[in-house]
Design a protein around this ligand. Structure first.
Ligand code: SAH
Length: 472
């Protein structure tokens, strides 16, 4: 490491900025946004910086080589040519930090890529070797840091003095803040519920006892895993998977998504899958609650969205009844994943103005559906768990007066590499289901299916079998 990241106090004095053109203006924007007091030497004489009458910008007209640098905290040259090199020598002789843009040799400090979340600032550097790599690293950090992490730092800052006075020993103080940050109070700040967090922290009557409690407070996150493509996980879901001590997951959740769980996290498959009983909903609830009560951070990972045919409602009720702290992180439901994957717009001007998501698990359930509510031809119907009930669904929709010519799509394993679609009319529905080689699958019924894109999915397996067919 040649360059150590340190944080410069911009209140300590002005920064002198020297240069010309767009390079100068770009640096000026960065420094002005950070709140620097700037003294700008525009050596091309162009003082139109595009910042309006921004406060704190002082236009210097003299020669930077002879200008008074007393009190100046740093010198930055951007697009300054030879003047930059000369200024670098002058700065060094005065012991002033200097940066000459894109010129390591003449710089005593360099600008990192930064992630700026208020009081929380992350600097990423590559020792000047590759700003592009630094930017990529920054993007990754941007995606992982909670949006309100700066607010969390500010929140803690507000209580620091009083807690310092009430807990004398440093290690215990640290434990106190760890418990606050990792528990419901930290979660409330990150969720934007600052006054709730404020009250909860003020309600801690004895901070030392709170810090000493050997059991951390457990919690449960009900997380939607989406339909299969791991890149469709939300940033929040990914973060929950990374933080979890134990994950209870549905059988339906893809292996690629399970790969995103931290390696040392315990995984428990609790999956019900059609035709295969799981451990049962009551047992799932009990195990989740027990894990949280023992202080673990629990993730209940469910296919698609937890609140769409996922029994998330029952799990939340059980958690509430047990007094466990919980959060709900939505996921992309299979119907939306399938629509995007096969390019079926679920609504379309004049053609489809309503959407119904329904489940027809077994023929028996399909008989329980009130088909008379589905007569509207401008309604797109998305059916979950509808493979085996396909004939009953067809009969029900016919009874509701839907035309046998109504377009229908059967979309299996959507957003996964082996996704498969079959498109036809309501008349052919059972045949379309037969054409898809296994679920899970959703059915989309309605005129909008006409707009579907290509059904062809070039999976490695298909490509291979096509090649073999061609060779025969
Ligand atoms: N909570 C889930 C639904 C669970 S019910 C969600 O929001 O998606 C299970 C049903 O979801 C399956 O029978 C099937 O109809 C549908 N499903 C789940 N994953 C799917 C996928 N990758 N492709 C197609 N359908 C899927």
């Amino acid at each position: 490491m040649r360059f150590l990241p340190v944080f410069l106090d911009l209140k300590a004095g002005p920064v002198v900025l020297i240069g010309a053109g767009e390079l100068l203006r770009a640096k000026l924007r960065v420094l002005a946004a950070a709140g620097a007091r700037l003294r700008v030497h525009a050596i091309d004489g162009n003082h139109d910086f595009g910042l309006g009458e921004a406060a704190g910008i002082d236009i210097a007209t003299g020669d930077p080589m002879t200008a008074d640098l007393a009190g100046v905290i740093a010198i930055v040259c951007a697009g300054a040519g030879d003047v930059g090199v000369a200024m670098s020598a002058r700065a060094k002789s005065l012991g002033l930090p200097v940066n000459v843009m894109d010129d390591l040799e003449h710089s005593s400090f360099i600008f990192p890529a930064i992630v700026d979340r208020g009081d929380v600032v992350v600097a990423v550097g590559t020792g000047g070797t590759s700003p592009v790599v630094a930017r990529r690293v920054r993007e990754k950090i941007e995606a992982l840091l909670p949006a309100r992490i700066g607010e969390l730092a500010e929140f803690i800052g507000g209580f620091r003095k009083s807690i310092n006075e009430r807990i004398a020993e440093f290690p215990l103080r640290r434990r106190f803040w760890e418990r606050v940050i990792d528990g419901p109070i930290g979660a409330a700040v990150l969720a934007g519920r600052k006054s709730e967090a404020d009250e909860a922290l003020k309600a801690i009557s004895d901070p030392s006892t709170f810090a000493r409690a050997d059991k951390p407070e457990g919690s449960v996150a009900l997380v939607g895993a989406g339909p299969g493509d791991p890149d469709l996980l939300t940033i929040k879901a990914l973060r929950a998977l990374q933080d979890a001590d134990i994950v209870f997951h549905d059988e339906l959740v893809s292996g690629e998504i399970l790969d995103r769980i931290r390696r040392d996290t315990t995984r428990v498959a609790v999956g019900r899958r059609v035709g295969k009983p799981g451990i049962g909903q009551d047992a799932i609830n009990t195990r989740m609650i027990e894990a949280a009560q023992s202080g673990q951070r629990v993730v209940r990972l469910k296919g698609g969205d937890p609140f769409v045919f996922g029994r998330g409602g029952e799990e939340v009720e059980a958690l509430r009844a047990a007094g466990i702290a919980y959060t709900i992180i939505p996921g992309i439901t299979a119907g939306l994943g399938g629509a995007a994957d096969f390019e079926v717009p679920l609504t379309y001007r004049h053609e489809a103005t309503r959407i119904t998501f329904l489940t027809a698990h077994k023929a028996r359930d399909a008989e329980n559906v009130d088909w008379s509510t589905l007569t509207d031809t401008k309604m797109t119907v998305v059916v979950y768990m509808g493979m085996t009930a396909a004939p009953a669904i067809r009969a029900g929709l016919f009874a509701a007066g839907r035309s046998p010519e109504t377009p229908v799509g059967v979309f299996a394993r959507v957003t996964r590499p082996d996704a498969q679609g079959a498109i036809g009319t309501l008349r052919d529905l059972p045949e379309l289901v037969r054409q898809t080689h296994g679920g899970p699958a959703i059915l989309i019924i309605g005129d909008v299916v006409r707009h579907a894109g290509s059904l062809r999915r070039e999976t490695p397996k298909q490509i291979l079998s096509d090649l073999l067919d061609a060779a025969e």
